[in-house]
Design a protein around this ligand. Sequence first.
Ligand code: ADP
Ligand code: ADP
Length: 220
Amino acid sequence: MIKATNINKFYGNLQVLKGVDLHIKKGEVVSIVGPSGAGKTTLLQILGTLDTLSNKNDSSLLINDEDVTKMSDKAMAKFRNSHIGFIFQFHQLLPEFTALENVCIPAFIKGTKKEKAELRAAELLEFLGLSHRLQHKPNELSGGEQQRVAVARALVNSPSVIFADEPSGNLDSESADNLHKLFFDLRDAFGQTFVIVTHNEELANMADRKLIMVDGSITR
Ligand code: ADP
Ligand code: ADP
């Protein structure tokens, strides 16, 4: 699913990623842990094509067998919207739209027709236990519910891989537990691949594989 070879990232003279190699299989749930400043977010953003690496010429990043480092910006944006889903610590839902509408947005960007997008969004929200919340706006939902709406939004285009950066960092422990179980339910139901940066030990240890990142390298 993901094959990254020799990923380097510099910010000025500061080398934040030091030749990272990574191979993640389809349907795998992988956690990435490590101290603050280790480069976890930077790595996730590069793997998710939100950021670019510093050494295009002697590296490669294959997602679904396509080398995203060789794509134009436009092709990459299109690829990202169809193949990749993101979940962040702060869900970034649009406050003026309902839960259903928020989930539909990536589908609309992809060009999916309104009826089809809404059907898919409603199905996902139902799967996530939110069928009674379709018409609610974000500020009418609890933190855990808002985060599940963000999960549905990440899934609406059926991406093959989901990148999550501290997805439960802002949730109480019960909502966090529910969200963590959900990732595995989704993987079991739809075969999605998850790459999750987290400080939550329980989530990190539930993963099929836990990668430890220190000072720009995966050490274990
Ligand atoms: P982590 O997610 O493990 O906390 P980050 O990937 O956020 O680590 O950051 C790794 C290092 O890169 C840190 O030293 C951070 O200050 C630096 N860094 C991250 N983003 C930028 C940026 N846009 N410009 C300059 N330095 C950055
Ligand atoms: P976390 O530690 O939660 O992974 P950070 O606080 O390191 O996140 O980074 C938050 C945001 O700030 C990121 O978008 C990152 O790229 C940016 N950032 C981090 N460090 C720096 C820096 N030294 N200079 C500029 N931007 C930075």
